[in-house]
Design a protein around this ligand. Structure first.
Ligand SMILES: Nc1ncnc2c1ncn2[C@@H]1O[C@H](COP(=O)(O)OP(=O)(O)OP(=O)(O)O)[C@@H](O)[C@H]1O
Ligand SMILES: [Mg+2]
Length: 151
């Protein structure tokens, strides 16, 4: 029987990715799995159009972004994981979301990635977003695709 030990759950903090996290928590409770929650910042502050800022200010912007992402992550943990008796770890990456998700899946040797079909840029008429499409196509492990329809 397939019993995932380590589950990777990518989140862009959207309502869609909440659905995947809720599903992953149920699986983790059932199988005693550990959840690895990852957010990838698509843009490094150094590559944002902030040529008018000096290095010190760019450093401050980076720090604020990191703190903001941590707050959003903490809110998801509070809402979906706390009190559920599930072991978890958080990961923050910078770069191309699908690339970092796939690399982390390999590094952590996860057995399963639980991901929503869409994310924060969801477009009507497309079945999956571009991150999910690449994760499903290129992952070296099983992928559980959560199909969420927002009202
Ligand atoms: N930056 C990110 N960090 C972590 N997970 C992400 C990130 N971006 C997307 N994901 C994951 O992929 C899922 C699908 O998002 P995806 O980006 O594929 O679709 P989208 O945002 O609707 O469309 P688009 O292809 O225009 O970005 C999200 O629900 C989330 O789980
Ligand atoms: Mg997206």
């Amino acid at each position: 029987m397939f019993k995932p030990k380590e589950i990777l759950v990518p989140t862009d903090f959207s309502e869609y990715s909440e659905a995947a996290l809720a599903q992953a928590v149920e699986l983790a409770q059932q199988f005693g799995s550990k959840i690895h929650l990852v957010h990838v910042s698509a843009q490094d502050a150094e590559h944002m159009p902030m040529f008018f800022l000096d290095d010190e200010k760019v450093g401050e912007v980076k720090k604020h972004l990191a703190e903001y992402n941590k707050q959003l992550m903490d809110a998801k943990i509070e809402k979906f994981i706390k009190g559920k008796n599930v072991n978890y770890e958080t990961h923050f990456e910078t770069g191309s979301p699908y690339d970092k998700i796939l690399k982390l899946a390999d590094i952590l040797k996860v057995d399963l990635i639980v991901i929503s079909s869409k994310g924060k840029n969801a477009l009507e008429g497309f079945f999956t977003g571009s991150t999910t499409e690449k994760v499903v196509r290129k992952a070296n492990c099983c992928v559980f695709l959560v199909r969420k329809v927002l009202q």
